[in-house]
Ligand binder design. Structure first.
Ligand code: 13P
Length: 251
């Protein structure tokens, strides 16, 4: 019922020239796929090139962030209408790297989600605990605070059509992937929480992606879990063949 979404977050990698080459290689490697959605999120400066290269492929395009206002004196920022105009359908919001290095708060995440929805961009809202929070038993509280902070004030329909990404901070870029059971446990808890915040329909239709060291050799077991609806892939999305294999997960 929930179409799997395989999303590549390129982070701060790829010039426009490199973006064109990577997308060409990805299109060649992907071949046919159905009953799944594929998305890439290159840096802002490569979005226009990416949109041209993706034309006719069905692959979706996302910004890695957006500002909460639609325009204004915010030097260095990118607004929702700019993402829409360049061909984006989605925006990643609240990635742990933005929370960790750029002071992103739950309040700002909530404002950015509103900005995305206002501009008809599907928000991909990232949540996840640090190793310290997990080991000190705060994981559930942290995730609940992040999910409520992000989505708590939204109507059920908006929640149902949004995408969440559970990315344990200790698994990002470390090669240390959460086990399928660990990930499933958190995904199920998030879905139950969505049922409380919104309603059962919204909880059942909201897609929850797993992110953190997803690779060709672990995607199948992760995707076999009932509440894992896709993957938000960092490093492996920069290798066309690896990302193509991830898109073609078997479970
Ligand atoms: P890695 O796949 O490189 O661990 O990154 C995950 C991530 O942060 C995706 O948003």
């Amino acid at each position: 019922m929930r179409t799997p979404l395989l999303a590549g977050n390129w982070k701060m990698h790829c010039t426009p020239t490199e973006t064109a080459a990577l997308i060409q290689e990805l299109r060649a490697s992907l071949g046919d796929y159905d009953q799944r959605e594929v998305l890439v999120a290159p840096p802002f400066t490569a979005l226009a090139t990416a949109a041209t290269e993706l034309d006719g492929s069905g692959i979706l395009l996302a910004g890695q962030d957006l500002h909460w206002e639609d325009s204004g004196a915010f030097t260095g920022e990118i607004a929702g209408p700019m993402l829409t105009a360049v061909g984006c359908s989605h925006a990643i919001i609240g990635h742990s790297e933005r929370r960790q290095y750029f002071g992103e708060t739950d309040g700002r995440v909530a404002l950015k989600i509103r900005a995305a929805l206002r501009n008809r961009l599907v928000p991909i809202v990232c949540v996840g605990e640090t190793l310290e929070e997990r080991e000190s038993g705060q994981m559930t509280d942290v995730i609940e605070r992040q999910v409520r902070g992000a989505l708590g004030a939204l109507d059920a329909r908006s929640i149902g059509s949004s995408v969440l990404a559970y990315e344990p901070v200790w698994a990002i870029g470390t090669g240390r992937v959460a086990t399928p059971d660990q990930a499933q446990e958190v995904h199920a808890a998030i879905r139950a929480l969505l049922g409380e915040i919104a309603d059962a329909d919204a909880a059942a239709s909201c897609r929850i992606l797993y992110g953190g060291s997803v690779k060709p050799d672990n995607v199948d077991t992760l995707m076999a879990q009932p509440d894992i609806d896709g993957a938000l892939v960092g490093g492996a999305s920069l290798k066309a063949k690896d990302f193509a294999r991830i898109v073609h997960f078997q479970s």
